[in-house]
Design a binder for this molecule. Structure first.
Ligand code: DQA
Length: 148
């Protein structure tokens, strides 16, 4: 099956961005590990990062016609702001997992609300770069339960 891994704004800066919160791994390293993980499970992975809400929304629209079976997304700050991203995910009705490196619930109150969580199959947060591994493991498991 085909998995789309989406990264929201400022995640291109991983590695140098507040490493005490987000860890030392770069986005390239995270994507490489994610690719291996999906390969080993016999699934195809596509990754995309954007700082632009519209680019992420358009990628989600394309996923519907592009045969994407599952989306794993770190919406970053758009988690807490974007009704439009929520509507895009609802519109394509591709199952998705929301993930975060940090645990937003242990941070500022404006990070406690997500516009996506109630639509997600599940949410993984708080494990640094390992959140990606756990979220992809869950996505692969979901796909194996209901193969496409
Ligand atoms: C984040 C958490 C968000 O609150 C924040 O805006 C981010 C990253 C995380 O992965 O921990 O940019 O999604």
């Amino acid at each position: 099956a085909k998995i789309l891994l989406l990264h929201g704004p400022n995640l291109n800066l991983l590695g140098s961005r507040e490493p005490h919160i987000y860890g030392a791994a770069t986005l390239a390293e995270i994507n490489e590990a994610a690719g291996h993980q999906c390969d080993n499970a016999g699934h195809e992975l596509e990754t995309m990062q954007s700082n632009s809400e519209s680019a992420l929304i358009e990628k989600i629209h394309l996923a519907a016609t592009g045969g994407v079976d599952f989306i794993v997304i770190n919406p970053a700050a758009f988690t807490h702001t974007s009704v439009a991203l929520r509507d895009a995910l609802a519109a394509v009705s591709i199952p998705f997992i929301e993930l975060h490196l940090s645990n937003p619930h242990a941070r500022e109150t404006f990070r406690h609300h997500s516009y996506l969580s109630d639509l997600a199959r599940g949410v993984v947060c708080g494990f640094g770069p390992h959140s990606y591994t756990l979220a992809l493991q869950a996505a692969i498991h979901q796909l194996d339960l209901a193969p496409h």
